[in-house]
Design a protein around this ligand. Structure first.
Ligand SMILES: [Zn+2]
Length: 351
């Protein structure tokens, strides 16, 4: 098969009156960090990769599940069957779509410790834009801290049920997320996609807005970036627009006082996983796991399989499932008590 002529791949976007070879070259030298490869991260990553964003870093802690497939457009049936990590499955798809770009897949929790390290010392260098593909406000406030601290634009997005929101926060030019919302809503107070469901076209349209604004930023068309927060309800057919101009909070703890509270927080090492009976242990001290030795020792207590990303299986005695990732993160399925999970971690994996 002959190589695709390089002038063919982007030819339709180069026909746009505001897009020239200089814009395309600028895109090829740019780097987008996408936090979360779910209903928002999949379509936005797909659009950025096809447009020719030269470097894309993807971060997600989860594995592909069948319940993801109706809206998470980079994944196929086999990814769910094989339980691939989402970041890796997304990377596989993106490099198949566009082999001219570099994609780094990070299978990890985007907590405060990892977040700063990834942004400052990631394999592909410091990103030029941060895209929000998360499903929780704690992580969004963390992205906002990173955005303001390192002066990187933050393209916010959220989708739940039939509603979605998108906005762009540019440090020094627009309000930040904390100018609009002083703190995250209390845990449990907001609907989740687990409880309220998601109408897939909503996440696709919000992700398209995010990709659109990211592309404008990356080709240097900052003057075209929307200056408002958009909100849709696709079922009701309604649309609202909140102008961001004038909403900078002169007392904002983040962009005015530069108190990066979410970045300075100690990550919880032990977390319950939303929507299922499972506990995650994410040790603060990261050291790569000796995978084959650990698999051998776990197999004395149950049935475990090793893949290139993880060890996964079940203990025979108590029917508890365990997944251990290369960086030492572990998920215990079938228990709700964090203390039991910590004890099992210490016993089988080490402190
Ligand atoms: Zn602010």
């Amino acid at each position: 098969m002959p190589d695709t002529p390089p002038n063919q791949r982007y030819i339709r976007q180069l026909r746009l009156p505001f897009w020239d070879q200089a814009a395309q070259d600028r895109l090829a030298n740019s780097h987008a960090l996408i936090v979360g490869c779910g209903a928002l991260g999949c379509p936005s990553a797909d659009l950025l990769a096809r447009a020719g964003v030269g470097k894309i870093t993807l971060i997600d802690r989860d594995l592909v599940e069948y319940s993801n497939l109706h809206r998470q457009t980079l994944f196929c049936d086999a990814d769910a069957r094989d339980q691939l990590p989402k970041a890796q499955a997304a990377k596989n798809r993106l490099v198949a779509v566009n082999p001219e770009i570099e994609v780094d897949a990070i299978v990890a929790d985007f907590g405060a410790y990892d977040a700063d390290r990834i942004v400052l010392h990631g394999k592909l260098g410091k990103p030029d834009v941060l895209l929000d593909g998360t499903d929780n406000f704690e992580t969004r406030f963390l992205i906002n801290d990173l955005s303001v601290m390192h002066t990187i634009p933050y393209v916010y997005g959220g989708a739940i049920a039939t509603r979605g929101m998108a906005a762009v926060f540019i440090p020094g030019k627009t309000p930040c997320l904390r100018c609009l919302f002083s703190s995250p809503p209390p845990p449990g107070s907001q609907p989740t996609c687990e409880s309220a469901g998601v109408f897939a076209p909503v996440s696709a349209i919000i992700a398209s807005y995010q990709a659109s604004e990211a592309l404008k930023l990356l080709i240097g068309a900052q003057d075209r970036v929307m200056g408002s927060m958009l909100e849709f309800d696709l079922w009701e057919g309604t649309r609202r627009r909140l102008e961001l101009a004038g909403l900078i909070d002169p007392e904002c703890p983040c962009c005015h006082q530069r108190d990066f509270e979410f970045l300075d927080r100690e990550d919880e090492e032990t977390q319950s996983i939303c929507g299922r009976s499972a506990i995650q242990i994410n040790p603060h001290t990261k050291s790569p796991i000796a995978m084959s030795e650990l698999a051998e020792s776990l197999n004395q207590h149950g049935t475990f399989e090793t893949t290139s990303f993880m060890i996964k299986g079940r203990f025979t005695a108590d029917d508890i499932g365990l997944t251990v990732f290369r960086d030492g993160r572990a998920i215990f399925d079938g228990i709700d008590d964090p203390a039991i999970a910590r004890a099992l971690y210490a016993r089988y994996i080490g402190c």
